[in-house]
Ligand binder design. Structure first.
Ligand SMILES: [Ca+2]
Ligand SMILES: [Ca+2]
Ligand SMILES: [Ca+2]
Ligand SMILES: [Ca+2]
Length: 277
């Protein structure tokens, strides 16, 4: 999970379907990226064709490369290091590794978060550090203040206000935080404390044409007004997805527990959905 729908790097409901569309419509073109290229979107780069769940991992992201250049991807690890790998023949070679980023990397996105027309690598760690790196040359562009957040459990990227660049949506220090990465300030933090979401989905899950910020631990906030729309008595899962399963033009929220078990919620009706015929 963790790959885009709402602009590059934004967590959203359509990431996998976006990949599938890319594969379906541009498969022949993608072959030109090399034998290890699995899929690509314009300006985004290609993920390697790893086995098993590799391509599903949050902390692996393709990097944009110039046409004709070898595919690159970035990977953040539990030791707090960010790596960049570049295609070499049938495999990959590490071409860059970061300094220690203070904590295990738990979220990784590639998005233009400062509205300069160039994507950045956004990396967040479980100890509350957020860092921006350049996608070319990998210079450190910005880091948040050490100790700003006691910890961080989820981070995504989505445009949730009126300025053009996407915001960083963090579950940090037990609160939901909307952070402007262009001017580097907190736009908003929730009154609610003790939040510990492992995933955040930005989507209109109740059909009112307004996006919600859905936290995996059961909170649903209006993305713009920041009002708490629903606090579910149960969590939604460890990972969140959404799809209109019943054709009523309202997305159902689909939560995954323990890496496999699925549960469907009607957020508009504020209840778990019965899927019995
Ligand atoms: Ca940028
Ligand atoms: Ca914005
Ligand atoms: Ca909505
Ligand atoms: Ca529906």
């Amino acid at each position: 999970m963790g790959k885009p729908r709402l602009g590059w790097g934004a967590r959203g409901v359509g990431r996998r379907s976006t990949w599938r569309v890319a594969v379906a419509t541009a498969g022949l073109v993608l072959l030109a990226w090399g034998p290890t290229a699995r899929a690509a979107e314009p300006g985004r780069g290609a993920l390697p064709q790893g086995l098993g769940a590799f391509a599903e991992y949050d902390c692996v992201q393709p990097l944009p490369t110039a046409p004709g250049h070898p595919a690159r991807f970035t990977m953040g690890d539990s030791n707090g290091l960010l790596h960049v790998y570049e295609a070499r023949g049938t495999g990959y070679a590490e071409i860059w590794a970061s300094r220690y980023l203070e904590g295990a990397v738990l979220a990784l996105h590639v998005a233009d978060v400062n509205d300069d027309g160039v994507q950045e690598i956004v990396v967040a760690t479980d100890r509350g550090r957020v860092h921006l790196f350049a996608v070319e040359g990998f210079a450190s562009l910005w880091s948040n203040v050490p100790g700003e957040y006691a910890g961080l459990s989820a981070a995504t990227v989505a445009n949730v206000d009126d300025d053009p660049q996407p915001e960083l949506i963090l579950c940090a220090g037990g609160r939901l935080v909307i952070f402007d990465a262009k001017d580097q300030f907190e736009e908003w933090r929730s009154e609610q404390t003790g939040l510990a979401a492992s995933d955040i989905l930005v989507a209109d899950v109740d059909g009112d044409d307004q996006q919600e910020l859905v936290l995996s631990d059961g909170y649903v906030f209006d993305a713009r007004l920041h009002s708490l729309e629903w606090q579910s008595p149960e969590g939604f899962g460890d990972r969140l997805g959404a799809l209109d399963l019943d054709g009523d033009n309202i997305l159902e929220l689909i939560g995954e527990f323990n890496g496999r078990y699925l549960k469907v919620f009607d957020v508009d009706l504020r209840r778990a959905k019965s899927l019995k015929p």
